[in-house]
Design a protein around this ligand. Structure first.
Ligand SMILES: Cc1ncc(COP(=O)(O)O)c(C=O)c1O
Length: 394
């Protein structure tokens, strides 16, 4: 057998990068094994246990023998639950038999949609800054990422019609939208969604709408799907969502997509060559999560709202998020690379954040702080952050 250094890897691998969180995690582990105690306000990983009625549904399904291969489109009971949820929460009608696919987290939904839609050389428009796990699958699909520059207007990040137009070229094929928007926390308004819908129609673009933070909004902001604002988008859009954040189920790896039947069929073929979907008994529990009482979601969101207030009260640099469980610290006046600030906060003050530039050049001058973990972690993290920011400020 050849040694690893002599293995000629497929060229597609050279374009793939770990996410910022995974890269920082490797540094965190190295520092921790050298004995440095760190407090992490980095990950988008809710610290709540999965609600007991969902765990009980998984146990019941396993005990009832739901342990064989799943239907690769998703167990019918879950596709029906997704259809019910989309109608109830998003005012969207999708057929469970042909227009819904169950995926291994939103991550696989994003991958399958891009693999099904992007031709080699197509340009994919990505908001800048944005969640940094869209770029690698765009490249795997042979696409080219084009940033759409964001603006900060009235203390919130937004995409203007001018920025969308400036990013467009005749090679542009698809726009990715994430609302509520990781990392910046904006929840797109009806007017903003209308601008995006008009742009997609006028420029004949497909839309991938990632709505994974939909349940977590604050101060009267409410998530709206672009598809509800502009039903004409339906034929050119794939909606991606998952149970990871809403129900604190990140490790269960259950997500779903809705879209036109031909696109869902293509995504199903891609899924059938690879993951084949989440475990059967977990799909039954996911159906119980979507169709059961949503009280547990309200309780978690109330706790996130308390944590958000805690950060707003403690750190004057915080830009108040409208949704999600991250805040951005606005340090643009410091005129220092955000990666440098991130490194010093981690190494000298023992608190882990993510530099805004990890999410694109538009995030430069900011830091992303997660309040997905609360309690003592958040308390100690905020203390260290306050001290670090006070002492590092130029
Ligand atoms: C915007 C966004 N989309 C997708 C994902 C991936 O979600 P999942 O756990 O469902 O794969 C994340 C995870 O952090 C995210 O922030």
């Amino acid at each position: 057998m050849s040694t690893s250094s002599s293995v000629n890897l497929a060229p597609r691998v050279a374009d793939l990068r770990p996410t910022a969180v995974n890269a920082i995690l490797a540094e965190v582990r190295a520092l921790q094994s050298a004995g440095q105690p760190l407090v992490s306000l980095m990950r988008g990983e809710p610290d709540f246990p999965t609600p007991p009625h969902i765990v009980a549904a998984a146990t019941r399904a396993a005990e009832a023998g739901r342990t064989g291969y799943p239907d690769n489109r998703g167990e019918l009971v879950l596709r029906e639950a997704v259809a019910e949820k989309l109608q109830r929460d998003n005012a969207l009608i999708y057929r469970p038999d042909t227009e819904i696919l169950v995926t291994t987290g939103a991550t696989f939904g994003i991958y399958a949609a891009l693999m099904a839609l992007v031709h080699p050389g197509d340009e994919v428009l990505l908001p800048d800054p944005v969640y940094d796990a869209y770029q690698s699958p765009v490249r795997l699909a042979g696409g080219v990422c084009r940033p759409v520059a964001s603006s900060i207007i009235d203390g919130r990040f937004t995409l203007t019609p001018e920025a969308l137009e400036a990013a467009w070229s005749p090679r542009a094929k698809l726009l990715v939208l994430n609302t509520p928007w990781n990392p910046v926390g904006s929840v797109a308004s009806t007017a903003e969604l209308q601008v995006i819908a008009d742009f997609c129609q006028r420029r004949d673009l497909l839309l991938l709408t990632d709505e994974i933070y939909e349940a977590i909004t604050y101060d009267g902001h409410r998530h709206l799907s672009p598809l509800a604002v502009s039903p004409a988008l339906r034929e050119r859009a794939v909606l991606v969502n998952s149970l990871s954040k809403t129900y604190s189920m990140t490790g269960w790896r259950v997500g779903y997509c809705a879209g036109p039947a031909t696109v869902i069929q293509a995504m199903y073929l891609i899924l059938a060559q690879s993951s084949r979907g989440p475990a059967t008994f977990l799909q039954h529990a996911a159906a119980a999560a979507l169709t059961g009482s949503q009280e547990c979601v309200g309780e978690m969101v109330s706790e996130y709202a308390r944590r958000r207030q805690q950060l707003l009260a403690a750190l004057p640099e915080v830009m108040a998020p409208e949704g999600g469980f991250f805040v951005m610290l606005d340090l643009r006046k410091w005129a220092m690379p955000s990666h440098e600030i991130q490194r010093r906060l981690m190494q000298d003050y023992g608190v882990v954040t993510v530099h805004g530039s990890a999410y694109g050049p538009g995030g430069e001058g900011t830091l992303r702080v997660s309040f997905a973990s609360g309690g003592e972690t958040l308390e100690r993290g905020v203390e260290r952050l306050s001290l670090g920011l006070r002492e590092l400020r130029p």
